[in-house]
Write a protein that binds this ligand. Sequence first.
Ligand SMILES: Cc1cc2nc3c(=O)[nH]c(=O)nc-3n(C[C@H](O)[C@H](O)[C@H](O)COP(=O)(O)OP(=O)(O)OC[C@H]3O[C@@H](n4cnc5c(N)ncnc54)[C@H](O)[C@@H]3O)c2cc1C
Length: 444
Amino acid sequence: MLPERARYVVIGAGIHGLSTAWNLATELSESGRGDGGDVLVIDKEDIGAGASGVACGVIRNNYFQPGMRRLMAHSVGTWEAHASELSYHGVGYIQLAPDSMRDDVRQIHAEQQEIGYESVLVEGVDECRSYMLGLFDDWQAPGISILLHEKRGGYANNTASLSGLAEKARHAGVRIVTGVTVTGFDLDDDRVNAVVTSDGTVACDAVVVAVGPWVRDIWSMLGLPPAITVRTPDGRELPDRPMWTYWALQEGTLEVDPREFVDNAGGLPPVIHVDSDAPLYDDQDGSLVTDQLWGIYYKPDFNFGGVQGGASPQIVNRAAESVAVDPYGPASPEFVVDDGFVRMWTSALAACHKRFANKRSLFQDEPSGGIGAFTPDSFPIFDTFRGNAYVIADSNHGYKMVGVGALVAKELLGATQPLLEPFRFSRYETGKLHPTSHSPFPWS
Ligand SMILES: Cc1cc2nc3c(=O)[nH]c(=O)nc-3n(C[C@H](O)[C@H](O)[C@H](O)COP(=O)(O)OP(=O)(O)OC[C@H]3O[C@@H](n4cnc5c(N)ncnc54)[C@H](O)[C@@H]3O)c2cc1C
């Protein structure tokens, strides 16, 4: 049963909704301004039914944008502080890149040093090879001339960390109701007066929108525009930019024996991200896969065993309004990975490590992947709309951003957070956009 009223209604029980609810409950209690009983989480399906439940779980600082990097450093701190409850593995993260990305990687390293985020920069083809051979004796990736080894970060087990967060939220007194869909808002004097759901109406003081790929729908229920004008940093105005664009994430698992993916010392390896401009050939028949810049990432997989990872996502070339978000993830009839991804990713794995040559038949045969809703500049929006609706739209950066909830909780209680300032909606009007890098991924 839903209550008739809750001070705070959080929509969505993914990484952001649960983290915000837990932190809000804690802040309310600690400040004597309330308690967890003031916070209600509603999810139309279940805990982890969205992107958070299918995320690969990679946690890195590696961003070209200073605002993103500071925020990620904060989030890595949250993972580290609650490692066992959130099933976090701080094995580190290595980015390897070609000459065309050299300046970007150098800059990331320099700025990591400035904020005290430990990382090692290695430059030169031979130096990179020898560094990687020190970790993996079968390393052979072509087209690499720079690498950045972040000593912090790593990965977490998606469903286990969501259970850990839900447990923390419940422990703090939060009520989590699943199987209830938000269908609209009762807007009064341009504020959300109540949240309308499939099971009745809940009056509230404030609402938190943390619905991942479904943000398009709640955005529209709040009466917010489907397209906006974006001003670029050089002052140009780009009218009618779609507010949301969907990208299909390409991920999967190679079900090798997990003991095959260890480092030279037999330990858990860091997360590896390789961008290369060397031609990529099919490891089965030698045909050319691509002669363009390509990129993959991979890490040990918890759910199936073996190696899990992905490649650059594919844009969904369709107006956001016509994209079927449900059924979501592996249940989607459209947005799961195809043979083209399997060929590319397994060939790229084989190009990096001899041990993965001719292993394509071990690619898991269950569907994988999922879609994400990206903002006009592909970076998050954390801001208040309609006076009391706090929207967390992470533009699909977000599983790693577990620390955002603590900052949002503080903002809900009136304390503006500098780490969130670069992510306000007003940047599209002022032209204060984040810088873009030369990476093949839309999120770097
Ligand atoms: C395949 C894939 C791999 C990814 N890998 C990584 C990664 O390795 N690292 C990383 O940092 N990020 C990764 N991401 C991105 C990351 O998963 C998302 O950015 C993040 O999980 C979004 O979290 P969220 O809490 O905003 O939304 P979600 O986790 O999507 O949760 C939203 C919840 O809202 C509920 N909901 C929706 N509409 C309603 C409604 N009307 N009423 C009630 N409830 C509603 C849904 O049921 C869902 O449970 C990946 C994404 C995908 C798709």
